[in-house]
Design a protein around this ligand. Structure first.
Ligand SMILES: C[S@@+](CC[C@H](N)C(=O)[O-])C[C@H]1O[C@@H](n2cnc3c(N)ncnc32)[C@H](O)[C@@H]1O
Length: 380
């Protein structure tokens, strides 16, 4: 994770005067880059201070983010009478890979240019590219855009594109949400997600492709009548995807059901793997039916919260206060809440005995998450 190490003479408790929220050994600094809020965290080591992105609030790392972190680290060092002694926040250039002549010519702005002209399909998490490249061969009059975070997978896709000779595919290396934000609204015909990472490992929750942050971008970039298609061998993933997509209020199922057992095949590596193991493949097919008007206003949610209740377990429900950070006039609290198998790690603002959502934390109001909040706020 990108970070800077600084040597300082003063304690982090003084950072509250810089607008930070300070806990026992850690401080959180709110920041906004590209219109998105996130936290930078600073924590004390025996002889230094580490400054880095709070990863639960900003999983995608861009050059802009790195330079913001470095900037804040330098300000903190200055404020605490110290200096940055090392960091890995150098800019690395654009994080996308140009795979076609069109994109090579226009760069990322080319994405805006190309998109409205021909039918466009997007694949999120395109892995080794087997699906998107085969589809590009089958539909030469369509344009395909793939997003993939794994560098190794990107190398495999490039090889596949070169071998097949297609020139209607562009693959971008990085977080799909970041790239979808660069695409113009109502411009994509189909968004495919094939076998996203399943949810059941704690460390993967924040990267889930079935989250509201992904759903909101899909809702924004799809045309009216455009299709969202997700395939998975993991039923809870299908349910989570439907839940997140439904929060945008613009989707209806293509057929009679939100989730069906899929008969057709997409031929990806993961599909082959799960079919070999005899698993069922589920399909979520949704149609965008009205204009997407923006994000759900979570600020309306506000619960009185009993902070002395450190841990609540009621069957499968967990609520745990992980940290409290004092700011000027308000606090930030760090909470693990929700289903014991899929606990969400979030930050809330806290003022006058009530807590409220803040832009730095994204979460899904799934039933057990809401139940955890209610239990924490109402039980004696
Ligand atoms: C289980 S693999 C499936 C790959 C391929 N679709 C298949 O079916 O073989 C999930 C892929 O999604 C990618 N991925 C996960 N989160 C992503 C994100 N936020 N943006 C882009 N790609 C992502 C991972 O790197 C991984 O290659």
């Amino acid at each position: 994770m990108p970070h800077a190490i600084i040597r300082v003479e003063r304690s982090i408790s003084e950072l509250v005067r810089m607008g930070a929220y300070v806990g026992k050994t850690r401080a959180l600094m709110p920041l906004s880059v590209d219109g998105r809020g996130f936290f930078i965290t600073a924590y004390e080591k025996p002889d230094s201070l580490v400054v880095k992105i709070e990863k639960t609030t900003r999983p995608e790392i861009t050059d802009e983010i790195k330079s913001s972190v470095l900037n804040v680290a330098e300000k903190i060092a200055d404020f605490l009478k110290g200096s940055v002694v090392s960091h890995n926040l150098r800019e690395t250039g654009n994080r996308y890979i140009r795979c076609t002549r069109v994109v090579e010519k226009h760069g990322l702005s080319g994405l805006r240019v190309i998109v409205p002209r021909t039918p466009v399909e997007v694949e999120i998490g395109c892995g080794d590219g087997s699906f998107i490249v085969d589809r590009a061969v089958d539909y030469p009059d369509r344009f395909f855009v793939g997003f993939e975070t794994s560098g190794r997978a990107i190398t495999a896709i490039k090889r596949r594109i070169t071998k097949s000779g297609v020139n209607n595919v562009a693959v971008f290396h990085g977080d799909a949400v970041l790239f979808m934000r660069l695409m113009i609204p109502n411009s994509v015909d189909i968004v495919h997600v094939n076998f996203p990472e399943p949810w059941f490992r704690f460390r993967r929750i924040k990267h889930s492709l079935s989250s509201i942050r992904v759903a909101e971008e899909v809702a924004r970039v799809l045309k009216i009548g455009g299709i969202f298609n997700l395939r998975t061998d993991n039923y809870p993933t299908a349910v989570a995807s439907v839940t997140a997509m439904s929060e945008t209020n613009v989707f209806k199922p293509v057929g009679a059901f939100y989730i069906t057992v899929s008969g057709g095949r997409v031929g990806t590596k993961f599909e082959r793997r799960w079919l070999r193991k005899g698993r069922l493949i589920y399909s979520v097919d949704l149609e965008k039916c009205s204009v997407y008007g923006g994000s759900v206003d979570l600020k309306e949610v506000g619960f009185p919260l009993r902070l002395e209740r450190e841990f609540v377990i009621d069957g499968r429900v967990v609520f745990k206060v992980l940290g409290r950070y004092m700011g000027v006039g308000e606090e930030i609290i760090e909470v693990a809440a929700g289903d014991v198998l899929r606990t969400q790690h979030v930050f809330f603002g806290f003022r006058n005995g009530k807590f409220y959502p803040i832009p730095q934390s994204i979460f899904i109001m799934e039933p057990l998450f809401v139940k955890a909040l209610l239990l924490a706020s109402s039980r004696g």
